[in-house]
Design a protein around this ligand. Structure first.
Ligand code: ZN
Length: 394
């Protein structure tokens, strides 16, 4: 196995509090790191770096753990830029455009779907993402959801069945009939292909009781629950997510004090998706209130064609810092370690010894450049440990 030493790192963020400055960022200055093609073998001062088979000079730049993008809808066809333009002109977002993407995705060939997903995956990777969660949810038929999850499996082990995205048009007058399909034939077909089950629990999508029934049915088939919660309204979905021990409740655009109390006493991560607030001109959630209450916060892109066509975690960090009162370090941690916790993973999101060798070299001496230079290419190089499709832990 080939080893690689990265020398002359001005600022190394490990997210391992036992390393460096002993903060949650585990930060070392004037550092070096040794990896093989699987894991981190050594971190320490540049002056004492051991030799390795190969050497890379970071040339005074910063190194961070690879981003863990814990919420994407990467498998889709078509685009909805007209809706974005309308929203910017004052039209309110209500999630109603999802059916348009369902139409275009159902009509797409597998080759076209793969090509689009590959392009978006490459954009994420170039921007420093090394672990990505991918949801189904744009076909909403048994065969279609299976097709989309099989495609997602080509890119990640973090696959999520989102058959309960919305009720598809053909079931609009028979939601009970769709929920019956969801929790029987669709779940049976999709469970072997997914690690997670997700439900869009919100106004215009699925109710609290429907979401509980769908997620409990999925859990009985071995899928772990997560939830789209409180994007459009105070729906009670946060409490449901904690009740079901969801790894993460995502969006949290609308939060009240009770939601924050419930989250702070739980192991459920609050995943914030500021690309969605940006793209729908919605109020940003208060990350500050969550952090001050001790809630674990993650940041993700929510890449989808309707409400957040975003493939840059640096842009997400910039929004979190500028619009949600997070410090740069809090946003960096939330998009790496926070994302890992939202996927209940301890092997990614940090660069402690034994962590996966997933990291990014920045074009800049400090991680702060991620938010300080929005729109620029701050991630210079992304390193990803050899991808293996054998570690799906359902
Ligand atoms: Zn989403």
């Amino acid at each position: 196995m080939t080893t690689l030493v990265i020398r002359n790192i001005a600022e190394l963020t490990t997210n391992d509090p036992s390393i460096g400055d002993e903060s949650s960022l585990g930060r070392l200055r004037d550092a070096a790191m040794v990896v093989d093609d699987q894991q981190v073998l050594w971190v320490g001062p540049n002056a004492t770096a051991p030799d390795a088979d190969e050497s890379l000079d970071a040339n005074g730049c910063a190194v961070i753990p690879g981003f863990v993008d814990s919420h994407t809808h990467l498998v889709f066809a078509g685009e909805r830029s007209d809706e974005f333009e309308a929203r910017m002109a004052g039209v309110h977002y209500d999630g109603g455009g999802i059916a348009r993407t369902v139409d275009s995705t159902r009509a797409a060939s597998i080759d076209d779907l793969r090509e689009g997903t590959t392009k978006r995956f490459a954009e994420l990777t170039a921007g420093g993402v090394t672990t990505v969660e991918i949801k189904s949810g744009y076909e909403l038929t048994v065969e279609g959801e299976v097709r989309d999850l099989r495609l997602a499996e080509e890119f990640t082990t973090e696959t999520t069945w989102l058959g309960a995205h919305v009720v598809p048009p053909e079931y609009r007058k028979d939601r009970e009939g769709y929920i019956e399909v969801l929790t029987s034939s669709m779940l049976d077909a999709c469970a072997p292909l997914a690690k997670w089950a997700d439900v869009f629990c919100d106004r215009g999508a699925f109710s609290i009781d429907e979401a509980r029934f769908i997620l409990e049915s999925a859990r009985a088939k071995g899928l772990a629950p997560r939830l789209h919660a409180n994007q459009l309204a105070h729906s009670g979905a946060i409490a449901l997510g904690v009740e079901l021990d969801c790894a993460s409740v995502d969006h949290c655009t609308y939060l009240d004090d009770r939601d924050i109390d419930i989250l702070s006493a739980s192991a459920t991560v609050a995943t914030l998706l500021p690309g969605a607030e940006f793209s729908t001109r919605s109020p940003f959630p208060s990350a500050r209130r969550l952090l001050d209450a001790g809630v674990t916060v993650a940041l993700a892109t929510d890449c989808n064609p309707g409400s957040s066509y975003v493939t840059s975690m640096a842009f997400v960090i910039a929004l979190a810092v500028r619009e949600m009162a997070m410090s740069v370090d809090e946003a960096l941690w939330a998009s790496t370690k926070g994302g890992a916790l939202a996927l209940r993973r301890d092997d990614v999101g940090h660069l402690g010894l034994g962590a996966r060798a997933d990291f990014a070299v920045l074009d800049g001496s400090r991680a702060a450049h991620l938010a300080y230079r929005p729109g620029g290419n701050v991630v210079a190089q992304t390193f990803r440990a050899t991808f293996t499709a054998t570690d799906v832990s359902t």
